[in-house]
Design a protein around this ligand. Structure first.
Ligand SMILES: Nc1nc2c(ncn2[C@@H]2O[C@H](COP(=O)(O)OP(=O)(O)OP(=O)(O)O)[C@@H](O)[C@H]2O)c(=O)[nH]1
Length: 180
């Protein structure tokens, strides 16, 4: 059974940080890690949007901006505009490269913003059909949908360090089992 780890939890609990730390450690051990990471963009201490980074190339894109703060085209999503073209140009291309080239696929995150792209939904379907180990952040609203598909870890401030160790151990065991 392919290892699929889903990380969820409340806003700001440290999901992206945990996934980044795991990706960095796997990379340090010489494994190829691909996919995308989403980070918030803050200006003057205020969250003004979200950017995505391709883990293999470092290429960046703007996933979403507060309404009225970006000229990029996109679709309204609450207080934000989601730039679907950017998600597909940077995030999806990174995930597709990871499907063929990486030992571990990272997707941060699988959530309502990303689900605004049909191409994103289709690509996640491909990832789930592949035999590649997956480490994904799943928005709390999507937990029920993904829980049956892998191991769900719900982070809290109290357990996030312990969960990092557990998840890293699971992933390194899987990667060593596949590639030695
Ligand atoms: N001290 C400490 N700070 C952390 C840790 N993990 C995350 N943080 C900080 O907590 C803040 C939120 O971390 P994120 O990783 O963005 O949290 P998130 O759950 O991905 O947030 P959302 O994507 O907004 O839901 C950032 O400022 C991090 O630097 C941790 O293990 N220790």
């Amino acid at each position: 059974m392919t290892l699929r780890i889903f990380v969820t939890g409340p806003p700001g609990v440290g999901k992206t940080t945990l996934v980044e730390r795991v990706a960095k450690e796997a990379d340090r051990w010489g494994y190829l890690v691909g996919g995308m990471i989403t980070r918030e963009v803050r200006r003057n201490g205020r969250r003004v949007g979200f950017k995505i980074t391709a883990l293999d190339t470092g290429e960046e894109g703007t996933l979403a901006s507060l309404r009225g703060t970006s000229r990029l085209p996109g679709v309204p999503f609450g207080r934000y505009i989601v730039h679907v073209d950017e998600l597909e140009r940077v995030g999806l291309s990174a995930i597709r490269r990871a499907l063929t080239e990486a030992d571990l696929i990272v997707v941060d995150e699988i959530g309502p913003m990303e689900y605004g792209s049909d191409e994103f939904v289709r690509t996640i379907g491909e990832v789930l059909k592949s035999e590649k180990p997956l480490l994904a952040v799943v928005h709390r609203r999507f937990v029920d949908r993904f829980r049956p598909l892998g191991k769900l870890h719900t982070l809290s401030l109290a357990n996030r360090n312990a969960e990092f160790g557990i998840i890293l151990d699971e992933i390194m065991r899987e990667l060593k089992g596949i590639r030695g």
